[in-house]
Design a protein around this ligand. Structure first.
Ligand code: T5A
Length: 217
């Protein structure tokens, strides 16, 4: 079976890191060879770009510079990691991908969607996930969780209105592409969120023809 590309998306403190570990385990239990990535970052060049993007001392960065840096990191990740993994039949589980740019740089910063679409086509090689889990949480709850983790990075320093626009853009994309997106109510207790994610991923695996490891031919 060919590899599939699954992405996790959501606003600040939505619980992506927590859910990602559970999904990785679920895929591994099916005997799938999984590559995990994150953005911005995920490659040596991308991690260097991430440090620039999140540096609280660079608050004067323009929206255009931010958008291009997000896609610079993504361009490297696609070519160095994601495309080779998929070509080798491996599965890729990504902590954020291009939907985050439509939400944060598009919705949050007001960059035109057509510009982001252009970048998606050439910098991200037009790569589209097979399944995207949107962890949706009210902004105040997400920020409360994120604030419990220590000092804010450059993007976390934005105000609640910014994150409301990010959330609205994510929800708009999910509604417009129901065949790819599954929206998870991430305001629920963690155990309930994980249970809902497990059901969604199981359905996707069944639909993709994946078998439990050792379950036969
Ligand atoms: N960005 C990224 C863009 O602007 N454009 C782009 O194109 C891309 C790719 C870094 C920043 O870059 C921006 C978005 C970001 O601002 P990131 O590394 O993904 O991106 O940063 P974060 O969104 O901050 O991701 P985190 O990993 O830091 O947060 P998570 O993964 O959403 O949250 P997590 O799992 O760490 O959980 C936060 C806390 O909440 C608890 C957890 O235990 C943890 O303490 N929690 C729950 N508590 C109660 N109930 C639940 N259901 C809970 N789920 C988790």
């Amino acid at each position: 079976m060919s590899g599939k590309f699954i992405t996790l998306e959501g606003g600040e403190g939505a619980g992506k890191s927590t859910v990602l570990a559970a999904v990785r385990d679920q895929l591994a239990q099916r005997g799938l060879d999984v590559v995990v990535t994150r953005e911005p970052g995920g490659t040596p060049a991308g991690e260097a770009i991430r440090r620039v993007l999140l540096d609280p001392q660079l608050r004067g960065m323009s929206a255009e510079c931010e958008l291009l840096l997000m896609f610079a990191s993504r361009a490297q990740l696609v070519r160095e990691t994601i495309q080779p993994a998929l070509a080798a039949g491996r599965w890729v589980l990504a902590d954020r991908f291009t939907d985050a740019s439509f939400a944060y740089q598009g919705g949050g910063r007001g960059q035109p969607p057509a510009r982001i679409l252009d970048l998606e086509r050439w910098a991200a090689a037009g790569l589209t996930p097979d399944l995207t889990l949107l962890l949706d949480v009210p902004v105040a709850e997400g920020l409360r969780r994120a604030n419990g983790r220590g000092a804010a990075d450059r993007i976390e320093m934005e105000n609640a209105e910014f994150f409301e626009r990010v959330r609205a853009a994510y929800r708009h994309r999910a509604a417009a592409q129901p065949e790819r997106f599954r929206t998870i109510d991430a305001s629920r207790p963690l155990a309930e969120v994980l249970a809902q994610v497990q059901v969604v991923v199981s359905a996707f695996l069944d639909q993709s023809g994946s078998r439990t490891a050792g379950a036969g031919t």
